[in-house]
Design a protein. Structure first.
Length: 425
């Protein structure tokens, strides 16, 4: 079980007197957490975040803190997904620079005098991050995955419009959940900064970003919203969000850098802090690019599988070749039990009864007035659901078209997968 330290119990005990050295230490641990967050969200289901952070907090020797920064970063980088290797390498470089900045800080006159206060600041900040993670787990809900959902294919054409409208849409649940995961640690950081940031401008900027991240999470987790969007709109929005997350990180870092120069921090230390901020801005941009690339690849793979499965299904269904059949009131042969189309007519009648688009008719293979009415009802029902005008081609039920026969058969074959049935009388 993850260890949990009580912020409320330890806060007063570990409050430190603010000065330039403790402000520098606060900035360093903030950047460590940012670097850590960039990596840990690209591992997958990682459950050791709290333990990693507390290993830094619980180290009583202030001179060893930076070594732990580097050790923890190396640990998570070793587990990062291969696609983010460039990100991991940059984070390790940033970790070395943070270690150097921290060592330089401890060597300054003020740093030497404030070793105990520096230790307290780092302890307090880690606890704030821990509390932020707890808050984020409540405030950043993921999307519930519906395993029964039938994904849509990659194309929206008139030819497959019926098929697409009948089935549940691919709202990219997995990809949206990955984006939610990527903002959890940033959100926890901003929650902590909004409450106890080093300066009022930092607090204000953090509060602003907290609200924006909440808005992104609300958007990403709103299944109804994503279902209501057209597929191209969903994909375009999915591509935009990683860049928006990156921009928010850069926006906060601008404030962080501006405020650092006002804190009287040692020039050598502040110079390294500025370098790390720039490096982490680059990391954010790289992550956004990789996130988009991976999302594109995932969508393509999913679409390819869906198209392949649908092609197999269609291949099986295409064994039945549908032909246009005229009403027996037009061609008398279709009112005869010896007529050439009796089996096809009977199949439609059976499907129509299963469709429940209107009053049940006799499935005898004879194409009379009742079947004409059934054709119109079926065409209206499926046309109303898909937006495809199937009724016009039937000429008031006088023609049983291949398109209608195929659409009704698809509906019947996939009735357990239909998202919503609409009955038009």
């Amino acid at each position: 079980m993850n260890r949990v330290l009580s912020f409320d119990n330890y806060h007063k005990l570990f409050e430190a007197e603010a000065n330039a050295a403790t402000s520098a230490a606060e900035q360093i641990v903030n950047l460590f957490y940012q670097a850590y967050g960039n990596v840990v969200t690209k591992i997958g289901d990682y459950k050791e975040a709290v333990d990693d952070l507390l290993s830094v907090a619980e180290e009583k020797d202030s001179t060893k803190k930076a070594d732990l920064f580097e050790t923890v970063l190396k640990k998570v980088v070793s587990k990062i997904k291969p696609e983010y290797k460039e990100v991991g390498n940059t984070v390790l470089e940033a970790g070395k620079k943070l270690k150097d900045a921290y060592a330089t800080l401890l060597e300054t006159e003020e740093g030497k005098k404030s070793a105990e206060e520096i230790n307290k600041v780092i302890y307090r900040k880690i606890l704030e991050f821990q509390k932020g993670l707890q808050t984020a787990s409540k405030d950043m809900p993921k999307v519930e995955v519906n395993d029964k959902k039938v994904e849509e294919s990659i194309e929206y054409t008139e030819e497959n419009a019926i098929n697409e409208a009948l089935f549940g849409k691919n709202t990219f649940v997995e990809e949206r959940n990955l984006l939610i995961s990527s903002i959890v640690i940033m959100y926890s950081d901003m929650v902590a900064q909004a409450k106890n940031g080093a300066t009022e401008p930092i607090k204000a900027k953090a509060k602003e970003i907290v609200n924006k991240l909440k808005g992104l999470n609300s958007e990403l987790s709103d299944e109804n919203k994503w279902e209501s969007m057209k597929r191209k709109e969903r994909k375009a929005r999915l591509d935009e969000i990683p860049t928006e997350i990156s921009d928010l990180k850069e926006d906060f870092n601008k404030t962080l850098m501006a405020e650092s120069t006002k804190m009287g921090i040692d020039k050598k230390v502040s110079s390294v802090i500025a370098e790390v901020i720039k490096m982490l801005d680059g990391v954010s941009s790289t992550i956004a690019e990789v996130d988009k690339k991976l999302a594109d690849e995932t969508v393509k793979e999913t679409d390819a599988k869906i198209k392949e499965e649908k092609a197999k299904e269609e291949g099986k269904k295409d064994e039945t070749k549908y032909i246009e059949i005229s009403s027996g009131n037009v061609k008398k042969q279709n009112l005869s039990k010896k007529g050439p189309n009796i089996e096809a007519i009977k199949k439609f009648q059976e499907n129509y009864n299963a469709l429940k688009a209107g009053a049940e008719i006799k499935a005898d293979g004879l194409y009379g007035k009742n079947t004409e009415n059934a054709i119109v009802s079926a065409a209206k029902m499926i046309g109303g659901l898909t937006g495809v005008d199937l009724e016009k081609g039937t000429e008031g039920g006088k023609k049983l078209t291949p398109e209608l026969q195929s659409a009704v058969q698809k509906f019947i074959d996939n009735k357990d997968k239909i998202k919503e049935l609409v009955s038009t009388k």
